[in-house]
Write a protein that binds this ligand. Structure first.
Ligand SMILES: NC(=O)c1ccc[n+]([C@@H]2O[C@H](COP(=O)([O-])OP(=O)(O)OC[C@H]3O[C@@H](n4cnc5c(N)ncnc54)[C@H](OP(=O)(O)O)[C@@H]3O)[C@@H](O)[C@H]2O)c1
Length: 261
């Protein structure tokens, strides 16, 4: 199926590695030009080179999306470098382990800014360009903790639930302008950030990181973790011209982790 992404322009937040990078690769393989973003220049440059080798335009913009200024710089910089925007993927996010007692105000502020407000501000500053785009699409990336209770996942559950609500609200506001807004909800995905996270969880539980990974895999119906490209491939369809009558929807790509009917 031709997804109709050839020659389109996409901005993807938090994209020098992990799910954001996999989404950028999936789009580039369909001929879509991409603007990537991260705080660290070195890994970003490597990501841009890898995607550029696929034969599309690829740009890297260093910005800290935990600030409104950073979100604005990325949205406006991406539109300028690509010559317009058709697609925005709000992917940036991460987890800070902790409890209600242990988490500091600074940690709360970081996690809410990066996981939730980055999507709000980047959308705000990308919208003037998206309004002029071809079959414009916004795709937010949340996570299964926004859909199903996972005790202990305080710092992802709250922003993920907020992202799902933001998706619905924006779909309502932008439908008349022909802009669709959807949300992809990945399950446990084998990204770089899980290395230190699995080790930290193993220490708390007194087991090995391999046992942590196995216990997570066992909670899915498919009995395994997702590979980042499995999220990227679904994301590419969700932002494509072929996906024309879906908006305000959350799509779970979680190997059957969520169990409600
Ligand atoms: N992996 C999973 O199992 C999983 C499951 C459900 C949902 N998710 C969600 O999927 C998204 C991606 O997760 P991931 O595991 O792929 O993350 P990751 O491997 O930690 O990658 C995060 C990316 O975002 C960039 N980044 C982080 N903070 C940033 C900031 N303040 N400003 C700009 N860029 C920043 C990082 O580069 P720099 O560090 O250089 O800035 C990196 O490129 C997140 O929203 C996460 O909540 C992940």
């Amino acid at each position: 199926m031709d997804l109709g992404l050839k020659g389109k322009n996409a901005a993807i937040t938090g994209s020098s590695q992990g799910i954001g990078f996999a989404i950028a690769v999936a789009l580039a393989k369909e001929g879509c030009n991409v603007a990537l973003c991260a705080r660290g220049r070195e890994r970003l440059d490597r990501a841009v080179a890898e995607i550029g080798a696929l034969g599309v335009e690829a740009h890297g913009i260093v910005a800290d999306l935990s600030t409104e200024d950073g979100c604005r710089a990325f949205a406006e910089g991406a539109a300028e470098k690509l010559g317009g925007l058709d697609i925005l993927v709000n992917n940036v996010g991460g987890m800070i382990p902790g409890t209600l007692d242990s988490l500091t105000p600074e940690q709360w502020s970081t996690v809410l800014n990066v996981n939730l407000m980055a999507a709000v501000y980047t959308t705000r500053y990308a919208l003037p360009f998206l309004r002029k785009g071809r079959a414009p699409r916004i795709l937010n990336v949340s996570g299964v903790t926004g859909k199903q209770l996972m005790p202990g996942a305080l710092t992802t559950t709250i922003p993920n639930a907020g992202i799902i609500a933001f998706t619905k609200l924006m779909a309502g506001e932008l439908g008349a302008a022909g802009i669709t807004v959807n949300n992809i909800c990945p399950g446990f995905t084998r990204t770089e950030s899980w290395g230190p996270r699995a080790e930290a969880m193993a220490k708390v539980r007194g087991i090995t990181p391999e046992q942590v990974r196995a216990s997570i895999a066992n909670q899915t119906l498919l009995g395994r973790w997702a590979e980042p490209e499995e999220i990227g491939n679904v994301a590419a369809f969700l932002v494509s011209e072929r996906n024309s009558y879906m908006t305000g929807t959350t799509v779970e790509v979680c190997g059957g982790f969520t169990r409600y009917i």
